[in-house]
Design a protein around this ligand. Structure first.
Ligand SMILES: C[S@@+](CC[C@H](N)C(=O)[O-])C[C@H]1O[C@@H](n2cnc3c(N)ncnc32)[C@H](O)[C@@H]1O
Length: 262
């Protein structure tokens, strides 16, 4: 597989889409700023955790730049956002310009897996709504901790299965670790969990449903315009719906802030 096809496959997988949908995916996300993780949740988990003023932040898979822009606006962070999707980066740059913070935010078109291989001296690295793009959780953390200086911060989201909310069928069918197991994996390199934010109140639930709603109309319009892709588009929406149902049910999303310990 060429490097370009490999990047396309990674981006499509991160958004749970068929690679053939990739050139059109930005149109399905047209009504959304946050494509996975809410910038407000990121600000909340970082609150009081000692992110230095004008911190150097690396946002891997920054999408439309909502988190980068929020960090630059609130903390004066100097953020480098990496994404493989040119349309998202265009939106991110325009957003930073509109907020008058373009000097603090730069956005680069690149494969985040290559960027994450390089040693970095950032104060904070974010990997949000990217699933297993860097491998399993332990390998992911091995990459992320190298991106920050010793004592630096790592922000990552993931999900866990809550057995109290799961039926016997859920427990048999859903391949998702429980909370204690996720925490153990997060700490497998000796790093410390500074904060954990569970994304599970009524507002979060409403947010999950709103994201789904925002995709329905663009998906319908795109399927009418490109009937040859209508099956892929319908499958995409069905997967988004199924994921939302899990998050309203036995699976709980969470954000973790870790500190690299050497
Ligand atoms: C679900 S979106 C999440 C975006 C953002 N972090 C957020 O929470 O709003 C995943 C993003 O990762 C990007 N992506 C996935 N794999 C990538 C890769 N290997 N290199 C660069 N970007 C990638 C996609 O283009 C997409 O913008």
């Amino acid at each position: 597989m060429s490097a370009r096809d490999d990047l396309a496959a990674s981006m499509a997988a991160s958004m749970d889409a068929e690679p053939e949908l990739l050139p059109h995916l930005h149109r399905l996300f047209v009504g959304l700023e946050d494509l996975g993780c809410q910038a407000e949740e990121v600000l909340a988990v970082l609150d009081g955790q000692g992110l230095p003023a004008e911190a150097s932040v690396l946002d891997l898979g920054c999408g439309k730049g909502a988190v980068a822009i929020a960090l630059a606006s609130k903390y004066g962070s100097r953020v480098l956002g990496i994404d493989g999707m040119a349309e998202f980066l265009k939106h991110a740059r325009a957003g930073a310009r509109d907020q008058g913070i373009e000097a603090s935010c730069s956005f680069r078109l690149a494969d985040l897996r290559e960027v994450a291989k390089q040693e970095g001296e950032h104060d904070l690295v974010c990997l949000l709504a990217l699933g297993d793009v860097l491998g399993d959780l332990q390998s992911t953390l091995a990459h992320l901790r190298q991106c920050v200086k010793p004592g630096g911060l790592i922000l990552i989201d993931d999900a866990y299965l809550d057995p109290a909310r799961a039926t016997a069928t859920d427990l048999a069918d859903i391949d998702c670790p429980e909370q204690a197991e996720v925490r153990a994996q997060l700490c497998s390199h000796g790093d410390k969990i500074l904060a954990e934010r569970i994304i599970d109140g009524p507002e979060s639930r409403q947010q999950y449903l709103s994201m789904l709603d925002a995709m329905e109309k663009p998906a319908q319009a795109l399927a009418e315009e490109l009937p040859e892709l209508s099956t892929s588009i319908q499958d995409f929406v069905s997967r988004q719906r199924a994921e939302t149902e899990l998050l309203l049910g036995p699976v709980v999303g969470a954000l973790w802030l870790l500190q690299r310990v050497d």
